[in-house]
Ligand binder design. Structure first.
Ligand SMILES: Cc1cc2nc3c(=O)[nH]c(=O)nc-3n(C[C@H](O)[C@H](O)[C@H](O)COP(=O)(O)OP(=O)(O)OC[C@H]3O[C@@H](n4cnc5c(N)ncnc54)[C@H](O)[C@@H]3O)c2cc1C
Length: 461
């Protein structure tokens, strides 16, 4: 069988695309969703069970379907969680909500298209002469489709120092993927933990450690030692910003934003004013300016843009002020063992001096957004066969403004799209639900609009 659309992935992006396909395709259409994650739909972000692992976007902006903006808030209310649009729900509730939304659409019997869920990893992809793209699956099967949407997420960034250099006895205490929370069960309550990276993932890990009763010291090492800032209970109104009036270089844009931030009561109004315009601003930048932004401004951007819920911020801030969590600014240079502990050697920022952090555990929280395509064997293979091209800044896959993959040497007319953070090279601001849900809807509209005349006639007959 040839599918009209194959969706590859099993996180939020895959669900958002699938829900839109179900809403927009006729009953005659056939969709396959290929995902390797047993917690289908929850992905890395929404599989946590810890209540303090909150969304960092208010509930009112987290509806899966942008054309039903109150959907998530209504779902919360109907499930005994009387939260308001401005509140920050738990991520585990959000995971349940997106699975529920999909299930609701699948229960519809009136003219719904066929959807096959295939629990497998896509391992390879080839172009076929019958105008399809065919995927090899880890279970030995192969499936082919006329349209494909890659929703693979991005992998964890690698540690800057090869952990293979650490003694064997200590390697099991280097946590390269902190999203497998099983490591927490092995931590003794008073163990010293060193976390590499100081973004949202670090805060999640600190709160998860505390929820497990951990009372030891936590050292956080990152290039600048900056931690995410918090949302406020009553956010200021977004400041209107005219993107066209902003200058063209990163340094002058940042200068202008800083000036605006100083002129208002709360800098958050500047960030929130910029939020819906960020994609347009990114697309105006030359590739040199984009690279400059990634080199120099990224840590500041991250802490102001990716803020945590007020309650989460207060909890974390208390741990910092009482000295449980300590920050270090520098660059990890070495990992070695001393007796049964790890010694993480780092160059102190702005100096040539080396300092060491002594810990029982080292946890890699260096983030995801710059993981490129190297985390995925499927993408590496597709790149080798020139079915995709890596983004020059290492942000994922090269796509056009319609999220369609740009691979000039492809011959088949089968269409290939990508949704989610892998398209950051084109859009930059494409890691969170408010942006991905719009992208998913737009991709599905593009697929539906370009279905061939023969397909439409077959639907009507
Ligand atoms: C901890 C955390 C918290 C977050 N909190 C928020 C928040 O509060 N609000 C917000 O808007 N955004 C948040 N985000 C951003 C989040 O990334 C997006 O909201 C969204 O979850 C991304 O979903 P995705 O499907 O693109 O990627 P993922 O969730 O990474 O899903 C990709 C899926 O594809 C599967 N897959 C990969 N390769 C293959 C293959 N070859 N074959 C088959 N399946 C494959 C993977 O197993 C995975 O399940 C958070 C992110 C993280 C990591």
């Amino acid at each position: 069988m040839i599918y009209d659309v194959i969706v590859v992935g099993s996180g939020f992006s895959a669900i958002a695309v699938t829900c839109n396909l179900i809403e927009q395709l006729p009953a005659s259409a056939k969709i396959a969703v290929v995902g390797d994650d047993p917690g289908f739909g929850r992905g890395t972000a929404y599989r946590t069970e810890l209540y303090l692992h909150r969304l960092n976007v208010p509930a009112g902006r987290m509806s899966l379907l942008p054309h039903h903006p109150d959907d998530f808030v209504n779902w919360l209310k109907s499930h005994g969680r009387p939260l308001q649009a401005g509140d920050f729900a738990s991520r585990s509730d959000y995971g349940l909500y997106i699975r529920d939304t999909l299930a609701r659409l699948l229960r519809r019997r009136d003219g719904r298209c066929r959807v096959d869920f295939i629990r497998a990893k896509a391992t390879g992809c080839v172009e076929r002469y019958n105008s399809t793209l065919a995927f090899q699956l880890g279970n030995g099967d192969e499936i082919a489709g006329k349209n494909v949407v890659l929703c693979l997420g991005v992998g964890n960034a690698k540690l800057p120092v090869d952990p293979a250099g650490a003694p064997l006895s200590l390697r099991s205490r280097i946590i390269e993927n902190p999203w497998r929370f099983s490591w927490l069960r092995r931590v003794a309550l008073s163990d010293a933990v060193c976390i590499l990276g100081s973004g949202l993932t670090m805060i999640d890990q600190v709160l998860a450690l505390r929820a497990h009763g951990h009372n030891g010291r936590i050292d956080v090492l990152s290039r600048r030692g900056l931690a995410p800032l918090g949302h406020v209970g009553k956010p200021p109104a977004p400041l209107p910003i005219d993107v066209e009036a902003l200058p063209g270089t990163i340094s002058s844009i940042l200068k202008s934003l800083r000036e605006r931030g100083r002129a208002v009561d709360d800098w958050r109004s500047v960030m929130d004013g910029l939020r819906p315009l960020t994609q347009a601003l990114w697309q105006r930048l030359s590739s040199e300016e984009r690279a400059r932004f990634l080199r120099h401004a990224l840590p500041w951007w991250n802490i102001h843009r990716h803020r945590v819920a007020p309650e989460v911020f207060d909890r974390f801030d208390k741990l910092v002020s009482e000295g449980t969590v300590r920050f270090h600014a520098g660059f990890l240079k070495s990992l070695r063992a001393e007796e049964d502990r790890l010694l993480a050697g780092y160059r102190i920022r702005g100096t040539q001096d080396i300092a060491e952090i002594r810990a029982d555990w080292l946890v890699n929280c260096t983030g995801m957004e710059r993981a490129g395509i190297s985390h995925s064997p499927l993408l590496k293979e597709m790149s080798r066969f020139q079915l995709i091209a890596a983004d020059p800044l290492g942000l994922g896959i090269q796509v056009d403004a319609a999220s369609e993959v740009m691979a000039p040497s492809r011959i088949s007319p089968a269409r290939l799209f990508t949704v989610g953070a892998l398209t950051a090279g084109q859009f930059w601001e494409i890691t969170a639900v408010p942006d991905i849900r719009l992208q998913a809807k737009a991709v599905v509209e593009e697929i539906v609009a370009k279905r061939t005349i023969a397909e439409a006639q077959a639907d009507n007959s």
